[in-house]
Write a protein that binds this ligand. Structure first.
Ligand SMILES: CC(=O)SCCNC(=O)CCNC(=O)[C@H](O)C(C)(C)COP(=O)(O)OP(=O)(O)OC[C@H]1O[C@@H](n2cnc3c(N)ncnc32)[C@H](O)[C@@H]1OP(=O)(O)O
Length: 410
């Protein structure tokens, strides 16, 4: 049976949320649904209908996302994917993915990215695991920094209500967003969500708090967090500080902000739900074993137009290779591409030459932001190398420092 598919009108919003709620098995509070609505680009939603009943949803947020080289590119942020439990495993997601990728291409975005609710879902649609995150748990009593940690006497701290300093936070964030691949710019609606402090935002962890690091010229960093106070059975303070985000324009501001969240009275543990895998905090701690970290996959990336995507980023080393790309879902990508890149720029052209390596498009997606997944994929037997060293050459050129990380679920 075939189902119809189209963007939704604003008047269909509650049906859209109902499908998401049924799919995820949760109930979106009305205030959160309103916020979510303000983030939604209605012309970029898609819903699938069985007759006149909505049974599947997805949407795209139009991002400027940082890529290796310190620039941002238009990226389709895929979100709100859900299929009613009554219609699972009948190809509804597949129908939405194919249509969405065609729409993204038509719109001129060369790359799509998403956070996956389950990591087994999106590989079949050409998405590769492109960024990872670490979730930190740090005992504050043994959190001293190494000798030589940066400090700057001109820096001072200021406690503020997040809403009162929103313009400062937005300015600082915009100034750091291109520094790490995967980070994406926020519009007003996304900032509303970042600073949201309703009961459903707090989840029993108290209100959102903010500390700024600044000097006479302005704000150089900030931390947003919540604190859950507690005392143990012996009456000892056992509070937890839950870090939402910590952004800094330079190492001294970064170190001062971390020092401040780690040194709070009555807090025995700091938890940071999502941090980059190369977070400099790991180098600052004198006893890094005190930092307990749990790994998770973060962004998944799909090259929608291989040539435009590959020429849209910088490379860490010169490269000149013929890459044979396999892509059943976006057949316009399938074929042989010569990628030539050096410090002056990159070129990617369709060719008939013999390939140096053959890769599924998802492998290029996984390497796109610089995470360096090509070596492990070769070792796992998931890439074919026709000229020895070709994968290493491509992996070296595509790797990047700092490592990719988006930092906020969309
Ligand atoms: C970016 C985001 O929004 S992530 C959020 C994703 N949404 C959710 O997790 C909500 C709960 N889950 C759902 O709504 C649905 O089960 C979905 C969206 C994950 C899948 O929708 P379906 O319509 O059932 O998928 P569809 O029938 O097109 O499946 C296509 C293929 O993917 C496989 N697949 C689908 N879901 C999963 C899964 N969760 N894990 C592993 N494989 C899966 C199917 O088995 C099928 O494989 P096949 O081609 O080999 O037969």
């Amino acid at each position: 049976m075939s189902f119809s598919i189209r963007p939704i009108a604003e008047s269909e919003w509650s049906a859209y949320v109902r499908v998401l709620d049924e799919g995820f098995g949760w109930t979106t509070p009305p205030g959160l649904a309103e916020r979510f609505k303000s983030e939604t680009e209605f012309d970029r939603t898609l819903a699938v209908f069985d007759g006149d009943v909505m049974i599947g949803t997805t949407g795209v947020l139009s991002f400027g996302m940082a890529v290796p080289g310190g620039t941002t590119r238009p990226v389709a942020g895929v979100t709100a994917v859900s299929v009613l439990p009554s219609h699972r495993r009948r190809g509804v997601l597949s129908q939405m993915m194919r249509r969405q990728l065609a729409d993204v291409r038509e719109r001129g975005e060369a790359v799509a990215a998403l956070y996956a609710s389950e990591s087994a879902i999106y590989g079949r649609f050409g998405y590769g695991r492109a960024a990872s995150e670490l979730s930190f748990r740090i005992g504050t009593r043994a959190s001293a920094f190494v000798a030589g940690a940066p400090s700057d006497p001109s820096l001072r701290l200021r406690i503020a209500r997040p809403a009162d300093v929103r313009a400062d936070l937005e300015r600082l964030f915009a100034s750091v967003v291109t520094a790490r691949p995967g980070r994406y710019g926020r519009n007003a609606a996304l900032w509303d969500g970042t600073l949201g402090d309703e009961e459903f935002d707090q989840r029993g962890l108290g209100s959102l708090r903010c500390v700024l690091a600044e000097d006479d010229r302005g704000v150089r960093g900030y931390a947003l967090f919540r604190v859950k106070t507690a005392w143990d059975d012996n009456g000892m303070p056992d509070g937890e500080l839950h870090l939402r985000e910590l952004e800094a324009a330079d190492p001294a501001a970064y170190a001062l902000l971390w020092r401040n969240v780690l040194d709070r009275d009555l807090v025995s543990t700091v938890r940071a739900g999502s941090r980059p895998v190369d977070d400099p905090l790991q180098a600052l701690l004198a006893d890094p074993r005190q930092l307990r970290a749990t790994w998770g996959d973060e962004l998944w990336v799909r090259l929608v137009e291989v040539d435009r995507a590959l020429t849209g980023r910088a490379y860490a080393a010169p490269v000149d290779l013929v890459i044979e790309v396999e892509d059943d879902v976006c057949p316009w990508n399938a074929g042989r591409w010569r990628l030539t890149a050096d410090a002056a720029g990159a070129e990617c052209k369709q060719v008939e030459d013999e390939p140096d390596l053959t890769v599924p498009v998802a492998a290029l997606g996984s390497a796109y932001l610089g995470d360096g997944q090509l070596g492990p994929l070769l070792a796992a037997g998931l890439l074919r190398e026709h000229n020895p060293g070709a994968v290493r050459a491509l992996a070296t050129a595509m790797s990047w420092s700092p490592k990719p990380w988006a930092g906020r679920v969309f």
